[in-house]
Design a protein around this ligand. Structure first.
Ligand SMILES: NC(=O)c1ccc[n+]([C@@H]2O[C@H](COP(=O)([O-])OP(=O)(O)OC[C@H]3O[C@@H](n4cnc5c(N)ncnc54)[C@H](OP(=O)(O)O)[C@@H]3O)[C@@H](O)[C@H]2O)c1
Ligand SMILES: [Zn+2]
Ligand SMILES: [Zn+2]
Length: 347
């Protein structure tokens, strides 16, 4: 065992605080990563506060991890000491179930081992990236292509793959009208990716305050949903709506944006259930669907795509002792557009 410094939520209701956690000794296929940056996802807040389910504490969040390989197990072939690497939301899966065999390990039927908040194959709780080091089996470690900075790459490991997957799968590209709902961590990366894919991109945000940013990120249009005319103006006008909103919303209003056969990819995971009126999918034979992050191979594709098109997240770098304030600011949408913890501040 190796003791490393981290920041953990001691319970669902307390602030994060310094802690020492154990990382397992390197197994034959394990990689030891010295973490450089860890993004702060909206999901980190929901997990830390047990908003989706009761979690086990102490809980070290963080599933947008970039760093450098510090050591490798005796049988590791994919990574070597000094490599620039990344870890996203999952660190293991069964590898044998029907979904894993199709290369969709994020939907492992035995349950994926999340980067934090799961129990690993050794019976130990997993702990995330708000820490100096992590040990991960080599297949779940991604390679960071040349040219992408470790700080702006970190958010791609969750926000990037979560939005890249539906954009690619549902055919964002030339001639497609794509609406991105919610300009936050996921939303701002979605705009960048959809734009370079060649789609006509519309941003729907609650207020006009992010309008300038939306155009700078690559949007062709911006509408404030606080304007009562927006939904009437945009009715039946989109082929794909990528919904990144973090709280329960009037889905029917957003479904009405879809034209014939249009698809809403729901990525947000509100803590409250949402409902949909049957007429919202009967009209225009619309599709309401969702997806969870992406597979390892999709994630590597996304990193390679982002490197090719020079896409990183817009980040505000913080020291680890600012994390509790960052959680509050994230909930208030007061970040442009992702907090990233500089892990050097924890050493
Ligand atoms: N499917 C997956 O695999 C996956 C992966 C990661 C995260 N998630 C989930 O995706 C959601 C977004 O995550 P994030 O990290 O991007 O969060 P975020 O940075 O907080 O962004 C969410 C955005 O949603 C909009 N929003 C927030 N509250 C709203 C409200 N009451 N009504 C309307 N719009 C509202 C805001 O955009 P505007 O200010 O522009 O309106 C906000 O910036 C979260 O629920 C998260 O848990 C899912
Ligand atoms: Zn996330
Ligand atoms: Zn499986």
């Amino acid at each position: 065992m190796r003791s490393v410094k981290a920041y953990a939520a001691p319970s669902a209701t307390e602030s994060l605080e310094p802690i020492t956690i154990d990382r397992r000794d390197l197994q034959r296929t394990d990689v030891l990563i010295e973490i450089k940056y860890s993004g702060v996802c909206h999901s980190d807040v929901n997990h830390a506060r047990s908003l989706w389910q009761a979690e086990k504490y102490p809980l070290v969040p963080g599933h947008e991890i970039t760093g450098i390989v510090a050591d490798v197990g005796s049988e590791v072939t994919k990574h070597k000491i000094g490599d620039r690497v990344a870890v996203g939301c999952m660190v293991d899966a069964c590898g044998k179930c029907a979904n894993c065999r199709q290369g969709e390990e994020q939907y492992c039927l035995k349950g994926i081992t999340l980067t934090y908040g799961s129990i690993d194959r050794f019976g130990q709780p997993t702990q995330g990236g708000y820490s100096t080091h992590i040990v991960v089996t080599e297949d779940f470690v991604l390679k960071i292509p040349e040219g992408l900075g470790l700080d702006v790459t970190a958010p791609l490991l969750c926000a990037g793959i979560t939005t890249f997957w539906p954009l690619r799968h549902w055919g964002a590209g030339p001639g497609k009208r794509v609406a991105i709902v919610g300009l936050g961590g996921l939303g701002h990366v979605a705009v960048k990716i959809a734009h370079v894919m060649g789609a006509e991109v519309t941003v729907l945000s609650r207020s006009p305050s992010k309008r300038g940013d939306a155009f700078r990120l690559g949007a062709d249009h911006h509408y404030a949903t606080s304007d009562p005319d927006t939904f009437e103006k945009l009715a039946n006008s989109s082929d794909l709506v990528v919904n990144t909103v973090s709280s329960a919303m009037d889905l029917d209003a957003y479904m009405s944006l879809l034209g014939l056969g249009g698809v809403m990819a729901n990525l947000g995971a509100p803590t409250e259930p949402m409902s949909i009126n049957a007429w919202s999918i009967l009209r225009n034979r619309r599709v309401y669907t969702g997806s969870l992050i992406g597979s390892l191979s999709d994630t590597q594709d996304m990193l390679d795509f982002c490197a090719e098109h020079n896409i990183g997240a817009d980040v505000e770098t913080i020291a680890i002792d600012q994390i509790n304030d960052a959680f509050e600011r994230l909930l208030a949408s007061d970040v442009r557009y992702r907090f990233v913890i500089e892990i050097a501040s924890l050493r």
